[in-house]
Each structure stands twice: as C-alpha cells, then as structure tokens.
Design a protein around this ligand. Structure first.
Ligand code: HDE
Length: 754
C-alpha cells in the first residue's frame, strides 16, 4: 500500500507538472509549445503509459494471488486484527461493565465483528444459484484459426480458465442431483480480454425469445405462496407453462431424459446453445455452435440414485468435482464447433440457426475439435471465486461475435444487469476472480466498491490533458470490431419468424434417437412429474403435447397416470434419428471412478485387499475400503489398511461398483427375519447394511464383484442367481479387471427392465 501511495504521489506530481507545462488549450493563453487542436493519437512521453492504469492484479489458475498480487491477498500477518489492521488481544468476550454487567456500546471490536457478520450474505443468483467451480487451462489445437482471429484459438495458445457448473432452479443450498438442466459456464482469461462461453448441458432452450425468460423461470421456481417444491419441475406451474407454451416441449423432454440427472459434472456435455459468428483475419465470417465433449463420456444417474443422493449427499456433484481434482483425476473436455456457412437466411439443412429451441444433429454437421480444457485446481475460497464470479454472454473477444438470435440478444442485456444487484454495483469486474489478465484501461470511474486508485485527470475522450491516453486500438492490437452485418430493411414487429412454429419435430427426433432403456426412463420421468401435479387439466394438456411427440411415449405416461392417451393434434415431420444423442453403446475411460471394497471382520489375510486397492489407485480410480467400523485393518503380514467408510457411513450411490472381499455375516440373533430367508448361510446372515448396499447397487445396474466367501454373501443377499454383471472368482485382481471393463460402459445395461 505504501508503494502504491508513492506511485500515486509521483504520478500526481507528474500530471500536475505536465498540466502546467502543457500546450495552452485556447490559442492565445500563455504557455509553452504549439496549441493542438486535435486529440493526440500516439503515445507521447512523459505521461503515458501511466503506472496506475496497468491491468488489475492477475489471479493465477491455482487461485493463489500472483507474484505481484499482494493487494489480492486479503489476509496477511500472524496476528488477529480488526478490519483496520489493529492487533487484538481477545475476540471471545465483549467489553462489559464487570464480569456480569451490561455490554458497553464502546466495544468497537464487538460492533465491527457483528456488523460484518450481519452482512455476509449477498443475493443468490436468480437462476443457477447452486453451483461448483474449478480453475483450469484451455489448450487450443489451432483447428479454428482459419475461422477466427481470436488469439486464444490460435495453434498452441494456452489460456487460464475458470469454469462454473450449476443447476438452474434450486436455491443456493439445494441438492445437486435434482432433475434439471445444468449450467456450464467457462471464463477464458485471454490475452485479448475475457471471453465467457456461458452454456448449458442441454443444446436447446425452453424459449425462443428472451422476453419469455421471466415467464419460464417463474413457472419453474417454487410456487410463490408457500415456496415449494424446491429445485424441481415436478409441479403444476412448470407443466402448466410448457403445456401451453409448447416451444418449451423440446427442452422439457431433454430434462425428462437421463441428461436431466448427470452422474457427474465431469461426465456432461456442454453447449453454447445459440449460434455464434466467427470472424477471421480476412474479415470472413462463419456461423458455429460450440460443444464441450467430456473425455469421460456422457453418463447419468438413475432416478432412484438421484433421489437418494439428494438426501444422503446433497453435495454429490460438488464433492465429486472437488475430489476428482484433489485426487489428480483432472477432468477434461474437448471444445468443438459445428460449422455452418454464414448465408443470408442463416439456415442449415432446414434448421433455423437463430432458433435456440433447435439443435443441429451431429450426423448433419460433425463436431470438429478445436482445443481441450483441463480443470486442475479447486477454488481457494468458495465465496470469493465461485459465488462472486460474474459471467456474461456478451463478454466476447475479437473474432467471436453475437448473432441475431432473439434469446441471445436478451442475454446480452441481462447478465450485466443482474450483477448490479447481486454484486452490489458496477465494479464487479474488479473482483479478483473476474479481473481480466489482459491490461484494463477503461475510463469507467467511481461507483460502489471502487478498488482502483485511478490517476490522471481526463477519463474522457477526446482529451489532450492526459496526452490523449488511453488510445483507440487498431486491428494490429486486437481491437474488437463489430461485424458489419447487413440488417434487412424491415418493419418493427413483435413477431417470430415462421420457422419458429415447429415445436415437435426435433422433440420426436430426440425421443426416437434413444435406446429402449433410455426411452423407458423418459416415460417414467414424465409419469413421476405429472403424477406430482394436482390439476387434471394440466396433465391432460401435457399428454396432448406428448401425443405430438410420440404415440407410444404418450401411451406409457397416460397408463401411468390412469388417463386416456389422446390423439396427436399436429402433423409432425419424421426426422432421421441421431444416434450420437444416446449415451449407450460406447466404452469410456474410468478415471476417478469410485470402487468400494467391503472387508468383512473375519478376513484374516488382507493381501488381496491391498493388491486390489493399489491396482485401483494405479489405474487412476479411487478405492474406498469399507468395514464394520473405522480405523485401521491389520493382519500382521503387511501395512495396516485404512478404512474410508463404515457400514454406517457408506451408501451405494457414491460408489460406481462394490467389491466384496468375503461375506460380512452377522450373528443369527441380529436379524431373525433375515435369518429366516432361504439360502442364508448357517451361523449368520448378511449384515443388513451390506445387503442394502448390494441390492441398491444391483438395482442401479452397477457391476459387482467379489472373492473369498463373497459367493455366500451374494447368495444371502437375495439377488437373482448368476446375474449379469456380477463377477465372483478366486483371483481378486481378475475380478477387478472384469468389473472395470464393464465400468467403461457405465452400467450393466441389460439389467434394466425393458
Ligand atoms: Fe442465463 N442467466 N439467461 N442462460 N445463465 C444467468 O446471470 C438469462 C440462458 C446460464 O455460473 C443470470 O449471473 C436470460 C441460456 C448459465 O454464474 C441471468 C436468458 C443459457 C448461468 C441470466 C437466459 C444460459 C446463467 C443469473 C434468456 C445457456 C450461470 C445470474 C434470454 C446457453 C452462470 C447471472 C454462472 C445465469 C439471464 C437463458 C446459461 C439472470 C435473460 C439459453 C450457465 O443474467
């Protein structure tokens, strides 16, 4: 701070001297030099560059302040102090008139401490309030450099990023695994300023025009009278809206699919949703849609897992992301683009590129990879970074520009506007997590929470008093130049293009691209959600919409609701299915998967457990040893084995597979009803908590395995004999190998009921 003051002092002195020495403003006024009638356009000494107008302190990708970032390091020194840096001797007792006497108004430390605490909360985001974020790096492979002049997309460019994932509807403290769309927002700290790609995990949106956003969100949020239900769409107002405003049907269908309940943020696709316009160095333009492709594949929870997790571990996704990064399984996504010619009609294969309720199937326009993002560091402080990060769909860099999509156009206003309330004023870009790494010299001044100590006296243009500084940039220094896009001479109207009228063809395409297991999940999701509605008319109206999507789907849901299935009301085009939309079929890396190893009390030789644990770890997965109680397991032959979960603290939903190193039996007295179960081994029954673990993992179609006495445990658990995806053998490492192979497909799909 002392140094900053010195600099400020010097600059003030220089400015004053320069003003005194400057050319007279009005011809004829005494002074030295020749009068200038025009603003200077090139840097002249001694004024610019001005030391205090350097870019704000950069923030490193690890969350730590950079080497010259002392101002960002809020906390320094060994001793507790007041906010004004006065060391304190006591923070446990207020100042009182005697030990049992009244508290004194004089206690400035008490007042400061409570005052600050009273104001610790800021308004949560009106949507996307619940989120988790991480630092990382984006590496460009240069494949887009022909299409865009954006420096961060040049070959070999490496750019720090901060990425925030979120749910949309829930409050800040709501559960992670609710059925909802997920936000996928990436801030690139490029050398040409910040670029934000503020996307979702679903490529289409509920509405075509931003003016409907308050409507769809009011409908999705809890009912305003009693504020329930939290963080979900399974209620009357949501289905009332989308059944009336049928452009929302396509997005609603994606939410009802397994995409609405992702297994992990690490296993989600991301989409820019809108079409954007790229500009290359020659000024040529192309239209693109952005895609994030997770290296781990796209995977989902089952509905029962999602519901259990919402109660057992509401932080399921947040924990998964942080743990994976902490354990070195750094999640990665390839960034890709679908490329379309920038034709006057902005259509591609009959799909309107300016309609955000439509996507372009990958079979029609392949996704071309242009770089890779790796998330490698957790935030150092949730509030400072994840909560205060401010994304904006209008944060573009040279080479990337907006299109006329009316949904995007509204967003260009909304994101700046919302931060005024949420972050308390217009200076949120000075908050460390939002600061560009590029120099900032913006002439924006004052306002709430102003942190910059601006120098100079002429924050306006044109000026001569600050030597014309800051100067306007040309293309040679990456100026942002709006694309000179022709706008058709038109009449002002509150109307949509006619191409926006088709609300069902792509919903039908999506449904018919799903495998039978995925289709049945969709039918169950609709039946659940509509089953939670009270108004009969809303259920019936939504069935009408389903009839327009697919007659069989409509029939299944109608059966579940006990209602007749209506006939379709519109003729829907049959588009070719897009196999790329299904999650089933491929195999994927298993990095960061959680492998539970259940060790019964009577295992006397832990060598298999050690071998499996080490092999799991070596393969980049996370072994969790589970036993009847915590602490260390010992067998006298090697290192003790640490227990990470007990039968009390574990629940199947956090594990990708369960391996049994024997049969955890308990005395026959412990559970007489279970003892009576046919096939229970003599001398004991399976511990009921392990039994629950197995039956849930089985029902959720997870691969299972075991060695030693494990066969007895499976027999006693009541699972079907010789079920698919259950491996029992003598060689523990062979069992692990078979189970991990299945994990690559995420689930044992043939176990799902048809
Ligand atoms: Fe947003 N959206 N949005 N949105 N959105 C916000 O900005 C808005 C839309 C998305 O992790 C808000 O800072 C309007 C589409 C994400 O901080 C707000 C419209 C897509 C996030 C806002 C949309 C998104 C937001 C609330 C219709 C996918 C979380 C807090 C025109 C492409 C960013 C904030 C984060 C957040 C407005 C539609 C993605 C109110 C008006 C489409 C990922 O400004």
């Amino acid at each position: 701070v002392g140094k900053a003051r010195d600099i400020a002092g010097e600059v003030a002195h220089e400015v004053k001297a320069a003003v005194n020495d400057a050319a007279p403003l009005v011809p004829g006024t005494p002074g030295s030099g020749t009068p200038t009638l025009e603003e200077p356009t090139t840097p002249t000494e001694p004024l610019p560059p001005k030391p205090a107008q350097h870019g704000p302190v950069p923030h490193s990708p690890t969350g730590a302040p950079s080497k010259d970032g002392e101002l960002a390091a809020a906390q320094q020194g060994a001793y507790l102090t007041t906010a004004t840096g006065v060391p304190l001797r006591d923070t446990d007792h207020s100042l009182k008139a005697g030990r049992r006497g009244p508290t004194l108004l004089q206690d400035h430390h008490l007042r400061e401490k409570i005052m600050h605490f009273d104001h610790e909360r800021i308004p949560e985001r009106v949507v996307h309030a619940r989120g988790a974020a991480a630092h990382g790096v984006f590496r460009s492979n240069g494949a887009a450099s022909e299409l865009t002049k954006a420096a961060f997309l040049a070959e070999g460019a490496t750019t720090p990023v901060f990425t925030r994932f979120s749910t949309v509807l829930g409050s800040r403290g709501s559960a992670d695994t609710v059925r909802d769309t997920r936000g996928f927002a990436v801030k690139f700290y490029t050398t040409e300023g910040n670029y934000d790609l503020v996307g979702n995990n679903i490529p289409v949106f509920f509405i075509q025009d931003a003016i409907k956003f308050p409507d769809v969100i009011h409908a999705g949020k809890p009912h305003p009278d009693v504020e329930i239900p939290q963080a979900q769409s399974a209620h009357d107002t949501f289905w009332d809206f989308v059944s009336l405003h049928t452009e929302g049907q396509h997005h609603a269908l994606w939410n009802m699919s397994d995409r609405g309940i992702p297994r992990s943020y690490r296993m989600m696709e991301g989409f820019g949703v809108h079409t954007f316009r790229l500009v290359n160095a020659a000024g040529e333009t192309t239209l693109v849609k952005f895609h994030w492709k997770p290296r781990l594949g796209v995977h989902s929870l089952t509905w029962e897992e999602a519901q259990i997790a919402a109660g057992v571990d509401p932080d399921f996704h947040r924990r998964d992301l942080a743990d994976a990064i902490e354990s070195g399984a750094h999640p990665e996504w390839d960034l890709g683009v679908q490329v379309f010619p920038d034709t006057p009609d902005q259509m591609f294969e009959g799909i309107d590129l300016l309609d955000s309720t439509k996507f372009v199937p990958e079979e029609l326009a392949p996704v071309q990879v242009i770089g890779t993002m790796t998330l490698n560091a957790n935030p150092g402080n949730y509030f400072a970074e994840t909560e205060q990060v401010a994304f904006h769909a209008g944060h573009f860099v040279p080479g990337i520009d907006a299109t006329d999509d009316p949904l995007l156009q509204g967003r260009l206003f909304s994101y700046l506007d919302t931060q005024l309330t949420r972050l308390g004023g217009p200076n949120f870009n000075q908050i460390p997590i939002n600061r560009p790494h590029a120099p900032v010299n913006d002439m924006l001044r004052d306002g709430f929470h102003q942190h910059a100590d601006h120098t100079g006296i002429a924050p306006y243009k044109p000026n001569s008093l600050d030597g014309g500084c800051p100067f306007l940039a040309g293309e040679d220094v990456s100026a942002f130049i709006d694309v000179p896009q022709a706008v058709e001479a038109a009449t002002k109207v509150r109307e949509s293009p006619l191409t926006y009228d088709d609300h069902f063809s792509q919903a039908r395409l999506f449904y018919r691209s799903m495998s039978p297991a995925e289709q049945s999940h969709i039918a169950q999701a609709y039946t659940f959600e509509l089953g939670k509605c009270y108004e009969q008319a809303i259920k019936e109206r939504q069935l009408l919409a389903l009839a327009n999507i697919d007659a069989h789907l409509c029939q299944l849901v109608a059966d579940g609701l006990g209602l007749p299935a209506p006939e379709p009301t519109v003729a829907v085009t049959d588009e070719a299915p897009s196999p790329a939309l299904s999650q089933i079929g491929d195999t994927w890396p298993t990095d960061g998967r959680l492998i539970g190893i259940v060790v019964p009390d009577d295992v006397t030789d832990l060598s298999d457990v050690r071998a499996v644990r080490d092999a799991v770890f070596a393969a980049g997965m996370v072994p969790l040893v589970i036993a009847s109680k915590g602490g260390m397991l010992t067998d006298g032959n090697g290192d003790p084995v640490a227990v990470q979960r007990t039968f009390l603290t574990v629940r199947s939903i956090e594990l990708d597979t369960v391996l049994l190193a024997g049969a955890p039996l308990v005395g026959a007295d412990a559970d007489p009803s279970a003892d009576a179960k046919a096939g229970a081994p003599s001398g004991g029954v399976l511990d009921p908590r392990v039994s629950l673990l197995l039956s849930e993992a089985y029902r959720h179609c997870k691969a299972l395995g075991g060695w030693g006495d494990a066969a007895a445990a499976f027999e006693a658990s009541g699972l079907p004999a010789a079920p698919a995806g259950v491996y029992i053998g003598d060689d523990a490492l062979d069992v692990l190998g078979s189970v991990v192979e299945l994990l690559g497909s995420h689930r044992v799909w043939e176990r799902f009921p048809a």
